[in-house]
Design a protein around this ligand. Structure first.
Ligand SMILES: [Zn+2]
Length: 329
């Protein structure tokens, strides 16, 4: 395998019908050595170029296994178009087993970055310039942050046909309508004309085989719908819950936190969802659901200071709310 260093995704240099593995050079370290990102390119016949990124947050690693598994399953003899993936995007953060390369600096808040500027700005800019702008669509794979758990959910602009279609094809538990906010890779890709969604797959620092498996099925559905791989009928789970918005509940006091509902559970307005106890075990506070909703994510670490996250509660979209919908969603 020719794993040479490349300065960008240049499809003209990659022969069709083959799987290519390269090291993508973005920036250099202090020994003047290139920081290298693994770049995987499954090059089929003419067709769309679908991009995948994982570990933009260095400890969110389910996406790495998802990309590896997807590529293992691709048949290069029948593939139309190209699948290009960076399974480890934030290399320094990945080495540190941490969300950020530098504490407090979230790469996913610095897009589109800048051609010249601080390290994180240049990193963001070059990722867009050397990879993302060559794509027809992007799927960015994340997980919950440390101390929290997520269901399998998609963040996407559900007013846009193409992103809505990709979101439904993932067959997640929940789709959260979320126009891409400033600074994110998803937002910067969209601004470049590359429709993008974020798939949030479970929890950080681990490989969760069930979530990985269903995410691969979802990605294959995206490729199948575009005619890149043969469409196969898959047994679908229940339709996703489409949420118009999501709200985090926070503690307004400190203590030891117990959260009752699990991810994907439905809760009713007024239902007790969490309790805080003091260092003597006595109840300090109870927290109730502010509206009827579905649990997208939740705290799993009981140690809570004032202002700790409790629950990420999705507010299901009303019928007729104007979002792009699928017949069964
Ligand atoms: Zn993330």
């Amino acid at each position: 395998m020719n794993r040479s260093l490349v300065e960008g995704l240049d499809l003209d240099t990659l022969a069709p019908g083959e799987l290519h593995e390269r090291w993508l050079h973005l920036v250099d370290d202090a020994m003047a050595l290139p920081v290298r990102l693994p770049l995987m390119v499954a090059r089929g016949g003419p067709g769309p170029v679908i991009g995948l990124t994982a570990a933009v947050h260095g400890d969110e690693i389910n996406g790495i296994a998802i990309i590896h598994e997807l590529f293992r399953k691709l048949d290069l003899r029948t593939l139309r178009g190209t699948v290009a993936a960076i399974p480890i995007t934030n290399v320094s953060a990945f080495h540190r087993h941490q969300r950020y390369a530098t504490p407090g600096y979230d790469l996913n808040h610095y897009f589109p970055g800048a051609a010249e500027g601080a390290d994180i700005q240049v990193y963001a800019h070059r990722l867009l310039d050397r990879f993302v702008r060559h794509l027809d669509a992007l799927i960015d794979l994340h997980t919950a942050s440390r101390g929290r758990a997520n269901c399998l959910y998609v963040r996407a602009d559900m007013n846009q046909e193409e992103t809505a279609r990709m979101a439904y094809l993932q067959r997640p538990h929940v789709i959260l309508h979320n126009p891409a906010s400033d600074g994110t890779l998803r937002g910067a890709a969209s601004a470049l004309g590359v429709p993008a969604i974020t798939v949030e797959v479970g929890n950080p620092n681990r490989f969760q085989s069930e979530y990985i498996r269903s995410s691969v099925v979802g990605l294959r559905a995206v490729l199948g719908e575009r005619g890149m791989i043969p469409r196969r009928s898959v047994r679908l789970g229940p339709p996703p819950v489409l949420c118009a918005s999501g709200t985090w509940l926070y503690t307004d006091s400190g203590g030891l936190l117990t959260v009752e509902p699990q991810v994907t559970d439905r809760v009713r307005e007024g239902e007790v969802v969490a309790e805080l106890r003091d260092a003597f075990g006595r109840s300090v506070r109870t927290y109730r659901a502010p509206f009827d909703g579905v649990v997208i994510g939740r705290a799993v670490d009981p140690v809570a200071i004032t202002g700790s996250r409790i629950l990420h509660l999705g507010r299901p979209a009303e019928q007729g709310a104007g979002f792009v919908r699928r017949a069964d969603g």
